[in-house]
Design a protein around this ligand. Structure first.
Ligand SMILES: [Zn+2]
Length: 344
């Protein structure tokens, strides 16, 4: 099937890089979707299979690569949809800190210094249960200076935020733009590891743009496409649809940002030699099908009690740490962070 590149609109045909089947997607996501009884689990897995088949209009998808901007995207170009996210993210777990959170906190701190009378409005799109905004509120310098809002697709995550007294909602980009507290009100819009799960990028980028004040900044982080290719080649890890539907490269971020009127400010990669990156790579390697710990990780996933499951996975990852830390060819940086600006 020939389609235009969703990032830069280059017309097809594009080259086909991967093919995935419904059975492969079920092998990846079926294990995560569980009920409290075997019958309930079977029912949920059947529902998952039906959702994916409907989204894909069949039992297979392919991944195409745009020659112009290097973007990888699935065809048919669809994401998991609300029903998939609700089922898959019923008990979501989010990181409380990331490398890019620190970088963005510094940018916000800088703005707080340069405009001392202004309360800084930060909208985090796809913010989960608020790891990033909680880190702002835990910062003594920033807690009185920021006014954070979170949008996420997980009802569970949004409820957790509201219970903590943080403004949050499950909103579409159109609903964000219709909200007078958001439209043209935000000094910063952030979105960490979200754009690779959403198909309607044009609506999403229009939402980012329209929520920013003129001169406001959009900070986007996403897994580095080169790192995803490496993980697959070396560790045997595929970022399977319907959750992950795209691979991003600097050229694809620039292409879609320019189409939506953003000014390009900066793009940086995480430091592949940092302790955090090495630990992440060790975890990736432990999960990979090309590693002897891969099958053990799958067994560990069946343990329902999170502290024990976490401890086993942690132990298996620790075994991989020296291989990554002292290996000959280290992995590439795993994260891309782009800074874009709405022109004044
Ligand atoms: Zn393209």
């Amino acid at each position: 099937m020939s389609v235009a590149c969703p990032a830069c609109l280059a017309p097809g045909p594009h080259s086909v890089r991967r093919r995935y089947t419904l059975d492969e997607a079920m092998a990846r996501y079926g294990a995560v979707v569980r009920g409290s009884t075997p019958a309930e689990t079977a029912e949920k897995q059947e529902r998952l299979r039906r959702i994916i088949r409907e989204r894909w209009q069949g039992e297979r998808v392919e991944v195409q690569e745009c020659e112009r901007c290097l973007f990888w995207f699935i065809v048919p170009y669809v994401d998991g949809g609300a029903e998939f996210f609700a089922l898959y993210m019923a008990a979501p777990h989010y990181p409380s800190e990331r490398w890019e959170f620190g970088v963005v906190r510094d940018l916000i701190r800088h703005q707080a210094h340069s405009s001392p009378d202004h309360r800084i409005r930060v909208l985090d799109v796809g913010g989960g249960d608020g790891g990033f905004v909680r880190s702002l509120l835990a910062d003594r310098e920033l807690v009185e200076r920021v006014d954070p809002v979170v949008c996420d697709f997980s009802v569970t995550a949004v409820e957790r935020l509201q219970q903590a007294g943080i403004e949050a909602g499950v909103w579409t980009p159109e609903q964000m733009l219709a909200n007078p507290r958001l439209a043209e009100k935000c000094d910063f819009v952030t979105s960490f590891h979200c754009i690779d799960e959403i198909a309607d990028l044009d609506a999403l980028f229009a939402g980012f743009y329209g929520c920013l004040r003129p001169g406001g900044s959009l900070l986007l982080s996403v897994k580095n496409g080169v790192s995803e290719e490496y993980d697959e080649r070396v560790y045997g890890i595929t970022r399977m649809p319907p959750l992950f539907i795209t691979n991003w490269y600097p050229s694809s971020i620039r292409a879609i940002a320019a189409r939506h009127g953003f000014e390009f400010v900066d793009l940086r990669f995480s430091n592949a030699k940092s302790r955090e990156e090495i630990w992440n790579a060790a975890r990736q390697r432990a999960f990979g099908t090309k590693s002897f710990t891969g099958p053990l990780m799958i067994l560990a996933d069946r343990i329902r009690y999170r502290p024990i499951r976490g401890a086993i996975k942690h132990g298996l990852s620790l075994m991989m740490w020296p291989l990554v830390a002292f290996g000959r060819n280290g992995p590439p940086p795993s994260v891309l962070l782009a800074q874009l600006r709405r022109p004044t």
